[in-house]
Ligand binder design. Structure first.
Ligand code: SF4
Length: 427
């Protein structure tokens, strides 16, 4: 690790303590930690050595590098460059050719198992890796070499996550994810997105510096703090979804009023990420705020799985092309309602039967008691002197049950009923 410390780097940049505390608070929020964690984050990060980074780029558009460089005080992203000591980054460094290669190998030797390997872009493996050569070597070999000797590997962006655009539709280069071509070594973190939200990269590193461990991830290596929330649940347009207020065409009245983009193909109901809360561009906006539906870029194989981007997803039910995911959800909700109704009817019938059985038992007991009393009171001549108690009619009708309300089959998440002018194909 580079040992001049983060705080020294901050002071060199003229960073004030106030700004630094703001950063710590933002990181606590990004990590979904209580604000009370901010001082702990500030203390840990200020005294932490800066992590050396080797940043590799394969088949990519440069979106992650662009996001990395979008630094404007006082955002979390602006401090990312201070958290890290970038030892090798083809786009940013001055040396080229053999000197650049030397920088990379020197960094690996200087920080064995102590540097971060950040990989941007997919890794072509077709034709023996010939589609992407760096310094005359297949990129896939360099990725293996660098990642296997790293403290941790962070795959940034959709292409590094699962092949992304170069791997869509089968691709031509046999594009693979970082995880596909590396054999382990250090920790593996994936930060998909097209591009990634650089705040999530900062928060991942801050988590390590503060707590001494990498954040908890799902089975694909995505940190839960960033890729746990369903975008639809945190979307600012969600109230319009609930009220059935949808944009029907680009630029229509609904679009101008900021209504829900569901019918324009928004994949927010199928995608997970903290885009709605963390936002982009110094937390000023995000695609849905800007009027464009979510395309699900944090999800696996999204170029294929989330297409077409401007229509609702096709039926998830084989042989029933007109059944949408929402239709399945509605049917499930309706099915649950039917089960609840059947359960209610069953409970009512059981209550009636139980009451009838109890009345019969009571009548039998009363009759037995009356017989015993009668026997005791019988005169020697056999004359009955006590009246027989009134018998209870065993089959008398039960008192009527209170009126029951039919169980509701609606839930807050059920898609709203169709409105006049709705396109049934997109529901
Ligand atoms: Fe937001 Fe899209 Fe959900 Fe509508 S469908 S509420 S725009 S995430």
């Amino acid at each position: 690790m580079v040992d001049d410390g983060l705080y020294a780097a901050l002071v060199r940049r003229g960073m004030t303590r106030r700004t630094f505390l703001k950063f710590s608070t933002a990181m606590a929020a990004a990590l979904a930690l209580p604000a009370t964690y901010a001082p702990r984050i500030a203390e840990a990060v200020a005294s932490a050595p800066r992590l050396p980074v080797i940043w590799l780029r394969g088949q990519d558009c440069g979106g992650e590098t662009e996001a990395f460089l979008r630094a404007a005080d006082p955002t979390a992203a602006s401090l990312l460059l201070d958290l890290l000591s970038v030892e090798y980054h083809e786009t940013l460094m001055a040396p080229a050719g053999a000197d650049a290669e030397l920088l990379r190998t020197n960094a690996m030797e200087r920080y064995p198992n102590g540097y971060l390997a950040v990989v941007e872009g997919s890794i072509p493996t077709g034709a023996g890796g010939a589609y992407c050569l760096v310094g005359g070597r297949p990129f896939v070999d360099i990725v293996r070499e660098v990642c296997d000797g790293a403290l941790a590997t962070i795959a940034v962006g959709a292409c590094a996550f699962d092949g992304g655009a170069p791997g869509a539709g089968g691709g031509a280069t046999d594009a693979r994810s970082v995880r596909d071509v590396t054999s382990g070594g250090g920790a593996y973190i994936a930060l998909p997105g097209c591009p990634l939200n650089v705040d999530n990269l900062a928060a991942t590193i801050v988590h390590y510096l503060t707590l001494g461990e990498w954040p908890a991830t799902d089975g694909r290596g995505r940190p839960l703090f960033a890729y746990g929330p369903l975008i639809h649940n945190e979307c600012e347009r969600r109230p319009h979804f609930e009220f059935g207020e949808f944009v029907q065409a680009w630029g229509d009245e609904g679009a101008q009023k900021g209504w829900c983009l569901y019918k324009m193909g928004c994949k927010g109901p199928e995608a997970f990420g903290n885009c709605a809360t963390q936002q982009f561009a110094q937390s000023t906006s995000w695609p849905i705020h800007a009027g464009h539906g979510c395309i699900g870029c944090t999800m696996p194989n999204f170029w294929d799985a989330m297409s077409p981007f401007y229509r609702r997803l096709p039926s998830p039910v084989p042989f029933f092309p007109n059944v949408t995911a929402d239709g399945v959800g509605t049917a499930l909700v309706g099915g649950i309602g039917a089960v609840a109704a059947a359960h209610g009817v069953g409970m009512y019938a059981r209550t009636r039967l139980t009451a009838r059985a109890e009345r019969r038992a009571a009548a039998a007991a009363a009759a037995a008691e009356a017989d015993a009393t009668q026997a005791a009171a019988t005169t020697p001549a056999g004359t009955t002197t006590l009246p027989r108690p009134e018998a209870i009619e065993p089959d008398a009708p039960a008192p009527s049950a209170p009126e029951r309300e039919a169980p509701s089959t609606l839930t807050p998440n059920e898609p709203p009923p169709p409105r006049a002018g709705d396109d049934p194909e997109v529901r």
